[in-house]
Ligand binder design. Sequence first.
Ligand SMILES: Cc1cc2nc3c(=O)[nH]c(=O)nc-3n(C[C@H](O)[C@H](O)[C@H](O)COP(=O)(O)OP(=O)(O)OC[C@H]3O[C@@H](n4cnc5c(N)ncnc54)[C@H](O)[C@@H]3O)c2cc1C
Length: 316
Amino acid sequence: MYVHIVEKKSDGIVVKGAKFHQSGAIAADWTIVMPGQGLREGNEDYAVAFAVPNSEEGLTYITQYNPMSVEREYTKDIYELGNPIYGQRETCIIVFDNVFIPWENVFMCGEVTYAGLAVTRFAKTHRMNCGGACKVGFADVIIGAATLAAEYQGTDRAPHIMTMITDMIRDSKQAHACAIAAAVKGFEEPPGSGVWMPDDLFGNVAKLTIAPGFWEIMSFAGDIGGGFITTMPSFEDLRNPATKGYLEKYLKVKVPAEKRMRITKVLQNWAAGLHGAGTWHGAGSVQAQMISLMRVADIDEKKKIAMEVAGIEEEE
Ligand SMILES: Cc1cc2nc3c(=O)[nH]c(=O)nc-3n(C[C@H](O)[C@H](O)[C@H](O)COP(=O)(O)OP(=O)(O)OC[C@H]3O[C@@H](n4cnc5c(N)ncnc54)[C@H](O)[C@@H]3O)c2cc1C
């Protein structure tokens, strides 16, 4: 199923296979394809990287479909959605059924030695951005919405609510700090190339920090918003003459029912939607970062320091 070369021609290559979870690909002009893992000798057909324009012959995009997709399809007014302006992250499976790629768009063709290096360089860049920047932006929305929900409900000065808000900020800013550190400690790789890559350790730690951190942020948002995040009626009920009066009366807090419902809908989108598992797996599931971390963390050096402190002599 991995994308691989099925034919080499004088003017290009023909590829076959599928790529999963391609964020935004359906709306992009071009897709850049590269191996998803290191490869060994014998896997030459899979050591392939190229650029392909959207809608090239032989490409099929099969989009994601989930309860959020259904909600968007059926809503009469997108302003009743939890993220009306930006929507959900749309991913798709791209199927390559004998797609021709001209040589000028082929970047790797059989060089198995470089597949792992290409993946590592891509991964640390993506983990820096995905873990320490993208999710930090998401967290800003969640923290803002949770704070507003608490203010509307009149719980914002309660010590446990304030603790949860500050913990959300800590979770988010720890990952943000790692992304900044990864960028600041970035270096030219390979030397002389003019290409600057992030620091391996901090790039990976950014993602490793936000993976559990984002679940924690969502759990606090769920706590602050209350069960209403999952049990809220629809805005249709707020318009329905049979229920409108009841909702206006019983959902009113320090603010009118509609305002409370709007901020709750935002919290529902983030804390009761697709973002937990999405954040966990995007840019590679956690085990992948752990493996990367153990490669670059220089444990031997740390063991040496501990032995020195403990007065243990190096064994012959
Ligand atoms: C919202 C979202 C957006 C994404 N966008 C993109 C994108 O734009 N482009 C792109 O290329 N990818 C994208 N991805 C893919 C992402 O990189 C993968 O989801 C991630 O690498 C995990 O792979 P997987 O989903 O196949 O899960 P799996 O690899 O199947 O992981 C599931 C579980 O199996 C374990 N596991 C996997 N392999 C092994 C093994 N060999 N031995 C033991 N345990 C194993 C994992 O540790 C994990 O616990 C996106 C993913 C998500 C969720």
